[in-house]
Design a protein around this ligand. Sequence first.
Ligand SMILES: [Zn+2]
Length: 307
Amino acid sequence: MANDGAAASVPTRRLSPGLQRVLRQLPMGAPELWAIEAGEIDAVIDYGSANAILFPDARRALRDRGKRTAAAEHRARCALPRRNGVLAAVHGAAYRRLMPALEPVLLEAGDVLHEAGAPIRHVYFPVDCVICLLTTIDGPQTVATGLVGHEGMAGIPLALEVGVSAVRAEVQVSGTALRMAATPFTNELKRGPQLRRQLYRYVQMELTQARLMAACIASHHFEQRLASWFLMIADRASVPEMCLTQEQLAAALNVRRVSVTLASGSLRSCGLISYHRGRIAILDRAGLERASCGCWRPVEATTRHDD
Ligand SMILES: [Zn+2]
């Protein structure tokens, strides 16, 4: 029902026709009109169309909030490449060319990014996830020969113009990575030297790491190796607690699950780690370093970008 009283108490000129129609249905002097005039109501329900109609101030506030959220998300997205050691060392035009091709992805533990002998379709720059490079031996048996965190990249053969992976790249700790398709990646390597130079350095680090891991398997007691493995993962995962199942650990370190149970139980009874339902936290870092074989240390030293 039309009502001139609504128009008299509320400045209707700046209101949408739909809002004016709803207000005209209110009786003159209704308390809702006073509340609207005092700016205490943000929206009304139009029962005719079953829609909520926002007042201009509320609409503007929502729009501004949306802009702020979008700006914050954009800033966070732009900051991600700086959290990866390889990408953080790329600057200027090369960095600007890379940015649009980098897609943030959430990787879950157990995800296989590329299989041994299969084509590499994407490379992955970890931000806070950890990727294990597994070499297959005798069918289903595997052993870790590399660990990639925020210092590196998974898919290194592509940087050497080889399109097929020699190892299985499997996510060990869930988290975010920046993914880039193979074609823009190889195009960028041909176009500019910056990314290529950083990756060649990283190839050298990865080779050193693989050699150390092989020497560690051959030379050190399993409990020491497990302590080193926890330290290596903790240094790459950037989280206080790591989710690692005993099956994952057994597959990575090429031992039976019972060996993981015994060795992790021993480290836990010494108060060095807590381990409950696959969640591991380091309680005594210095103690765990002493309990380890030390092979985590040289690997870590080779993964720094000093220039
Ligand atoms: Zn060792």
